[in-house]
Ligand binder design. Sequence first.
Ligand SMILES: Cc1cc2nc3c(=O)[nH]c(=O)nc-3n(C[C@H](O)[C@H](O)[C@H](O)COP(=O)(O)O)c2cc1C
Length: 179
Amino acid sequence: AQKPVSEDRILIVYLSRTKNTKAVAHMIHRKLGGKLVEIEPQKPYPENYQETVEQVAKENETSYLPPLKTKIDSIEKYEAVFVGFPTWGMKLPPPMKSFLSQYNLKGKKVIPFNTNGGYGTGSSFETVNELCPESELLRGLSIRGGSERDGELFVMHGEKEKDVDGEVTKWLKTIGLLE
Ligand SMILES: Cc1cc2nc3c(=O)[nH]c(=O)nc-3n(C[C@H](O)[C@H](O)[C@H](O)COP(=O)(O)O)c2cc1C
C-alpha cells in the first residue's frame, strides 16, 4: 500500500544511553522504513550515572551545546523527522538540543518520541517545539523505559516490548503516518 510519507523522505534520529529509546526508534523504522541515525556527542558522557547527571545539569545551566560526532547528509530531502530521546533531568538532553540547533527543519513534520524513568517528558517536548518553531510538530509519544538511577537499564524485551510495539503502531496511525 502507498505510505503517507514515502520511505526515502523519513529520517529517524535518536539519542540513547541504555538502548530503550533505540528500541523504540527501531520499531518505528520497522513500520515506516526511512533513514535511522543515532546521535552521538563527540565526547561520550561518563559511564557513571551520577557523574552524567551532574554534567548534564551543568550543561543545561550554561546552555552548552555539545558538538556532535554525527553528521546528517542532505537534511533538506526529508519531509518527516522523528526525534527520539530519553528524559534527562526532566529536560531535553543537550545533544538533542545540539541536533535541533544545528539542522534547519523548517517546513518539515517533526515528531518527538521519548522514554523515561517514570516521571514523563518534563519540558523536553516544549523545548523541541522552541528549537524548531517553523516545523509542523506532530503529537509525540512517551513510553516508560528504564530507570538507571535504580539500576534498571534495558527493559524493552518480552511482554514489555510487545506492548510498546503495539503502542507505537497505534500512535503512528493516530498521527496519520501509518495506514
Ligand atoms: C542523566 C540521566 C538523567 C535522567 N533523568 C530522568 C528524569 O529526569 N526523569 C525520568 O523519568 N527519567 C530520567 N532518567 C531515566 C531515563 O529517562 C530512562 O532510563 C530512559 O528510558 C533511558 O533511555 P535510553 O535507554 O534510551 O538511554 C534519566 C537517565 C539519565 C541517564
